[in-house]
Write a protein that binds this ligand. Structure first.
Ligand SMILES: Cc1ncc(COP(=O)(O)O)c(C=O)c1O
Length: 505
């Protein structure tokens, strides 16, 4: 977002925004103005909820008001929000939450005993045995202990509950750790290495905290592989202008849907160790693995298995109840496992999160269910496993369907969605479409996405919101619409792309 030197008009990718239009008559009376407000907040962008989504919401209102369009509904394939796209909640998780919120239901014989046992455990860990009380800032101790048990079981490596920090979604955990890096040295900013394309929480937070973004490109020709030579190039170039301090890896990848092989993870850990980089392992999609031969390896496990000297590296890894088979985005539950921090820094970190009091206790209770699900023999086990597998196998099918369709459309190419919840296809735009975009004051992929939205009601996010190699154009779509809706969406997509290309041939 740019503020024009002359006035109060905000521009974003060539589009003018209404919310800025009338400020010029008022700014003299306001304490906070566009000219004096925090410039870092003005700079940050978050494409997943950007101008296309604002327009999509406006179109929904227009449809409600009876305005004729070439479509009847808007399909929001822009955001990884499974429940918004029709996914049903996991029964066990909601039973535990219901019991925690309304303890009188503990007397109700229609709730299974294992859900009651979990709820009693959570409530016993709450002050005053109520979910309505503040918890400790890093979260309810019994849930932190269960998270550590889960990690230990997953990785076969020890995990300490005191390293577990529950947070209001992984986003909050990521931002609270990133904040620790903010310290200019002799006027030089710290740098954070992030993949390109990336999940825009990272670029937005880097801007907000006035850090330097070091982008390393993922390699599209190897299914969005993480190439060590590219990591080295990005680091070496960035070192001339910033102090590289951290390296972010998103595995499985958003928006790229790639899953890192173990050798790659080992190489990244060694790279980070050699250059003294703090590692952010964003592993919120650890349950979303679809492609044959792909396995999730946590960075923590690989780092511990590599042994000396790597096992002492500072690292934070993140998990969430928003993704996986749960899709409970609105509950805002997540955790960070933060290891090998300097004890004095850890004390400061704990102090800093204490100013936020605590993450939502409902989100914490949701995380309890994620890390401590029904076990074999428990009354809820069969239903839990059947619901979990149904969601994951349907997602795997939808991942395939999306890729096959896009690859069958001339002028589009799409890598295998190995994991996560997104496809990031490349679109080959004719030169005349690029000229038309320029004339409209938009980037070509933004122009394409707006045309798609206005003509079909499909809302996707242009590749420029995530970063892409110059001269290439992409978009991100989720694989989350339910199968029937997805199939309709993909057919409409095919028709649109074909006629778009024809129009600008
Ligand atoms: C890679 C990645 N990390 C973190 C998050 C944030 O998730 P949460 O809802 O837990 O804040 C997302 C959400 O889409 C994501 O894709």
């Amino acid at each position: 977002m740019l503020s024009r030197a002359s006035g109060r008009c905000l521009l974003h990718q060539g589009r003018r925004y209404v919310y800025a239009a009338s400020l010029s008559t008022q700014t003299g009376q306001k304490v906070i103005t566009l000219d004096n407000m925090n410039p870092q907040v003005k700079k940050m962008e978050y494409a997943v909820r950007g101008p296309l989504v604002i327009r999509a919401t406006a179109i929904e209102k227009e449809l409600e008001a009876g305005i004729e369009k070439p479509f009847k509904t808007v399909t929001k394939a822009n955001i990884g929000d499974a429940h918004a796209m029709g996914q049903k909640p996991i029964t066990f998780l909601r039973q535990v939450l219901s019991l925690c919120s309304m303890p009188s239901l503990l007397e109700d014989s229609s709730f299974p005993e294992d859900a009651k046992e979990r709820a009693r455990g959570v409530l016993a860990g709450c002050k005053g045995t109520s979910l309505g009380s503040y918890s400790d800032s890093p979260g309810i101790e019994i849930i932190r202990r269960h998270v550590a048990d889960y990690i230990q079981q997953r990785d076969g490596q020890p995990s300490s509950w005191e390293d577990i920090i529950l947070c209001a979604g992984a986003s909050e955990g990521i931002r609270s750790i990133m904040k620790l890096m903010v310290q200019h040295e002799n006027g030089i900013r710290p740098g954070v290495m992030i993949p390109i394309p990336q999940y825009p929480l990272y670029s937005a937070s880097i801007d907000e905290y006035d850090l330097h973004q070091i982008g390393y490109y993922l390699e599209e020709s190897t299914n969005w592989g993480l190439d060590m030579a590219e990591l080295e190039r990005a680091y070496t170039e960035a070192k001339k202008v910033c102090h590289p301090k951290a390296l972010v890896v998103i595995n499985p990848g958003n928006p790229t849907g790639n899953v890192l092989p173990r050798e790659n993870i080992e190489a990244v850990i060694k790279f980070a160790h050699e250059r003294k980089l703090f590692l952010f392992a964003d592993e919120v999609y650890q349950d979303n693995i679809y492609a044959d031969g792909c396995v999730f390896h946590s960075f923590k496990k690989v780092m511990k298995e590599l042994g000396e000297p790597y096992c002492h590296m500072e690292m934070a890894s993140f998990m969430s109840c928003s993704k996986g088979y749960m899709g409970e985005c609105g509950l805002r539950g997540g955790y960070a496992e933060v290891i090998n921090l300097d004890p004095d820094v850890k004390a400061m970190y704990l102090k800093s999160i204490s100013a936020k009091l605590c993450p939502t206790t409902l989100g914490q209770a949701a995380m309890e269910c994620v890390v401590n699900p029904p076990r074999k023999g428990d009354p809820s086990y069969d239903q839990f496993i059947s619901e979990k597998s149904a969601v994951l196998s349907s997602l795997a099918q939808r991942a395939k369907m999306v890729v096959e369709t896009f690859n069958s459309v001339p002028g589009m190419s799409c890598n295998t969605v190995q994991g996560a919840m997104y496809a990031f296809p490349q679109i080959h735009l004719p030169p005349k479409a690029i000229e038309a975009a320029k004339a409209a004051g938009q980037l070509p992929d933004v122009f394409y996405a707006f045309q798609l939205l206005e003509n079909t009601g499909i809302c996707i996010v242009p590749g420029s919101g995530f970063g892409q190699r110059p001269g290439t154009y992409h978009f991100r779509t989720t694989i989350l619409p339910q199968p029937e809706m997805l199939s309709t969406m993909l057919e409409k997509f095919r028709e649109f792309h074909t006629s778009f290309v024809k129009r600008y041939q």
